[in-house]
Design a protein around this ligand. Structure first.
Ligand SMILES: CC(C)(COP(=O)(O)OP(=O)(O)OC[C@H]1O[C@@H](n2cnc3c(N)ncnc32)[C@H](O)[C@@H]1OP(=O)(O)O)[C@@H](O)C(=O)NCCC(=O)NCCS
Length: 206
């Protein structure tokens, strides 16, 4: 049973789960949609990429496990704890964007992403992060979205800044990656920050 709050929740319980996880269009012909069982092979293959393995220490071991993760993503939406989208163009999966650690009382959630190697450098991650955060801070009724990345992950830092996530500080020795402990940058985009200026509106060519 939920505790009694002395202030109204930012997002009343049941608001997200009342509808299906939305599909979200983004500039450059991108479509963010919930994962489908047929995406399991490409999702598993993504974790063969050394960069994704380096920065994402939780990795699936088989297509069956990937499908279990997809089911967990579906349940997370229903339980209003998270949402994970395939970033696609023309039906082809290019990457992943996710909201997690949802706190509906405070209206706060975290963001995470990866893009397949062949699709990098064309603005896919920044467009996807902008689209999911526009939705979350608007229709989704969240107030604050945050993300963190290693201070050595320069591409991720650029993605965050381009999508309007302001650098708020450095969390020392906050996470373990494949080569040991890392300091982490904390970025956030808060409702009212305005539209990010760093994402080109034209087509993503990667
Ligand atoms: C980080 C990642 C998601 C970026 O995806 P992407 O679609 O290529 O991102 P974008 O094209 O929107 O932007 C990448 C930006 O990083 C910059 N960049 C890329 N490599 C860089 C490097 N080594 N140093 C500095 N900047 C770099 C690009 O120039 C670009 O910035 P610009 O538009 O100002 O030129 C992708 O590289 C990836 O999946 N990496 C592995 C997993 C990962 O790091 N996930 C994030 C964990 S926090």
């Amino acid at each position: 049973m939920r505790a009694i709050l002395s202030t109204p929740p930012a997002i009343p319980a049941g608001t997200l789960a009342a509808g299906p996880q939305p599909a979200l269009p983004a500039p450059g012909g991108l479509l963010l949609r919930p994962w489908e069982p047929t995406d399991a092979a490409v999702f598993l293959a993504a974790y063969q990429d050394p960069e994704i393995r380096h920065w994402h220490t939780r990795q699936p071991a088989s297509e069956d496990q990937v499908r279990d993760w997809f089911e967990q993503y579906r349940q997370a939406w229903q339980q209003e704890t998270g949402g994970s989208w395939a970033v696609t163009r023309g039906g082809v999966v290019l990457g992943r964007i996710a909201l997690g650690s949802m706190n509906l009382d405070d209206g706060v959630a975290g963001c995470a992403y990866w893009v397949l190697p062949a699709a990098r450098g064309a603005g896919v991650a920044a467009r996807a992060l902008t689209a999911v955060s526009n939705w979350a801070l608007g229709e989704g009724r969240f107030h604050r979205l945050y993300l963190d990345h290693s201070t050595r992950n320069f591409a991720s830092c650029r993605v965050a800044v381009k999508a309007g996530f302001v650098l708020e500080g450095t969390k020392r020795s906050d996470a373990v990656h494949s080569d040991g402990r890392h300091d982490m940058h904390l970025h956030a985009r808060v409702r009212g920050d305005g539209q990010p200026g760093g994402v080109p509106a034209g087509p993503a060519t990667g």
